[in-house]
Design a protein around this ligand. Sequence first.
Ligand code: GDP
Length: 472
Amino acid sequence: MTDSGIQSFFERLQGKAHQAASRLADQHVKLAVTGLSGAGKTAFITSLVNQLLESTGSANLPFFTVSKESRLIGAKRVTQPDLRLARFAYEQGMDALNAELPSWPTPTRGVSQIRLHLRYKPGQGVSKYLFDQSTLILDILDYPGEWLLDLPLLGMDYAQWSAFCVKQMQEGARVSLSEPFRAALQEMKWLGQGDELKLQGLATLFRQYLAECKQQGLELIQPGRFVLPGELEGAPVLQFVPYIANQTDIDWQSLPAGSNLALLVDRYNEYRSKVVKPFYKAYFSDLDRQIVLVDCLSALNRGEQAFDELQQAINWILKSFDYGKNSLLRRMFSPRIDKLIFAASKADHVTPDQHDNLIRLLESMVHSARQDMQYQGVKLQTTALAAIRASQVGQTLYQGQRLSVLTGHGLQGETLTLYPGDVPSRRPAPTFWQKQGFEFPQFAPPARDPLTALPHIRMDQMLEFLLGDKLV
Ligand code: GDP
């Protein structure tokens, strides 16, 4: 080999070593964002991406260490890894927020994804001396929290699920909402010859009942795909209903083949094995971090039954993060989420002195499962945040006392100045609900200079919890 050949050989070797070292320095985090519809997922992801793309060198994220230490070099959006999934509509969301009359981004309804590359200067350890910069690959997955409410179905057979539905239909507003569906079942010949058209009609009524519950803020909706079907709209696997006759002498082990009831049991089982399980296998098996958004304030606004159903929904959602030895999840795959954050969304709907109460309220709702989860190595945090702060805090004098007030614009563009009231730090007693209710406001998104990052509350603390350890 000539001298120049030897030199170029060493140069190539050096280049390869550098590439390998860079690859070693690169890290990858898969972050999932969920919450029941309306909880604020779309606003949250839009803001999160916007903070990372626009905040380099700005003071917008003081509690996000990599940003505070001016080590965040830049972020860019790159092609997402799974091309079968919808692309998260970041640009459309920003267009809506940047319009002359800003509006909230159109909510997502199924699964969507976005990938970012975050370039940063390592600040600690060997990496600091070896590399000028590293890249964190951040995949963000957005999926409906309603789908998590289906996990308990894996532990219930059709008869048990039906009994649950019947009990639910006897509670509060659900009695009248389920009336048309129950009336249509009066003539049902459960053991008669299966009639697909009839089942389709009944399933439509059942779904209407669930959709109306949802509209009234009753969040304990099962099966989740009946309100958010994603790609399954119109598929027979969504055409089943619970058994709600009074007949108790059904022999579930030997239903007449081809009967309505046999068809319903088949479809229920198909839903569990072809819809619920694959969702967990496809998405849950390789997530690293998870944020669950909870709209506690809207639930308080809607009253006692809505609040209690939200509590129950949280209990069920938490089952999806129960990694105990005997959990349903462990039996399906080895989950590896190590950090989980529950965040009360839209904290800008209340004055800052109420944020602690809002966090405590959510904490009390999450509390029962918390100890177990820490034991199982999942770090769990509870917080309150506003992905996009739409209100300003001011002061007013009321009966000689200084009072914090919020100002902003209502959804019709009207100027609002108000004291939204106190947030309870735990579930209010039944007598409280009988006497009064809550009325937390809604705001239009803020008008702002589109070249600046979106205003927020605690997005930086949330970023630090979820990504800080990957950006050292
Ligand atoms: P999704 O269904 O979970 O994706 O919920 P969205 O992100 O679409 O949020 C539903 C609605 O909640 C929005 O249209 C806004 O009215 C409101 N919202 C969401 N996030 C915020 C926030 O950070 N601040 C305020 N003031 N409102 C919010």
